[in-house]
Ligand binder design. Sequence first.
Ligand code: CO8
Length: 295
Amino acid sequence: PQYQPAQRHVLVDDVDRVKVITLRRPEALNALHDEMTDEILAVIRRHEADPRVAGFVIVGYGTKAFCAGADIGRFPSLLGDADAAAQYARDCSRLLVHLDRSPKPVVAALNGMGLGGGLELAMRCHAIVADRRAVMQLPEVGLGIVPGIGAMVVPYRRWPRAAAVLHGMLTRGERLRAGQAQELGIVDELADGWQDLVTRAVARVHALAGAVRPIPDGPVAVPPFEPAPAAEAGVRSAAIVALIEQAVREAAAATTLGDALEIGYRAFGAAACTPAAREGIAAFLAKRSPDFVAT
Ligand code: CO8
């Protein structure tokens, strides 16, 4: 018999020749950790060569969150070690890099909040179908870290028209609603409620068959960043904002996607060594607001 890894953090259902993978860690709003990303990867690897499977949908359990990002509880051990943190980002990226080369369509069905690494996962899928009430956000800057697994790189290549909005999301943690994301081309289709969402996502897998487009290698042009208003001193760390701006610029100038992603991993490593990361992560885990004044 074939070895089947235990599936503890994801559910897999068959809908019309599509494997629907449900992220299921409701106690942590489906936040990702290694075991969960490995399980998703295992499901995709197991079925991607099977001609009976048209592709995959990734959706979140419940109605609140698609995925609240990487599991912040695992971050403290990375603080102060740039190489270990960069390697952690590289490891977290394995699933996403696999999606970049996937021969079969993978569609994200955004049933609720798509945050941080969860949004980075959705942005690497070949299409995004979103519930009308879904919200996207990159809260990393508020944690004193940077979104190191693609958000500083991939969306600028896929949706250059959204660059100014992406700047605001990255450096100010601004939220993007599903409807706005559709206007910018980030979301392909809107849905009303879970059932409609999954039905549309499955249909989109079939529509994409044979037409999965690779992420462009680059380089790409990005507009300049607006300076942060003085009133916001302490809300975000200037050092982290500077790291994000630098990584976005350098990654945009890179001629291959691989080189650009590597810039993101290293920026995550650099951020993990800042006083801002220590403060931001401690504040999240203590359920208090961070104070970046001294960072
Ligand atoms: N990691 C771990 N636990 C989480 C996460 C997370 N990302 N998000 C939520 N949880 C937990 C909460 O701690 C809480 O646990 P408990 O009940 O034990 O206290 C539970 O989920 C429910 O959450 P809340 O009670 O906070 O629910 P609210 O409705 O009050 O708030 C929010 C919802 C606003 C979404 C809030 O939970 C929140 O801010 N979560 C964190 C979101 C975030 O910052 N995500 C980005 C994480 S960083 C990231 O993804 C980086 C990836 C790139 C790095 C490169 C390497 C991976």
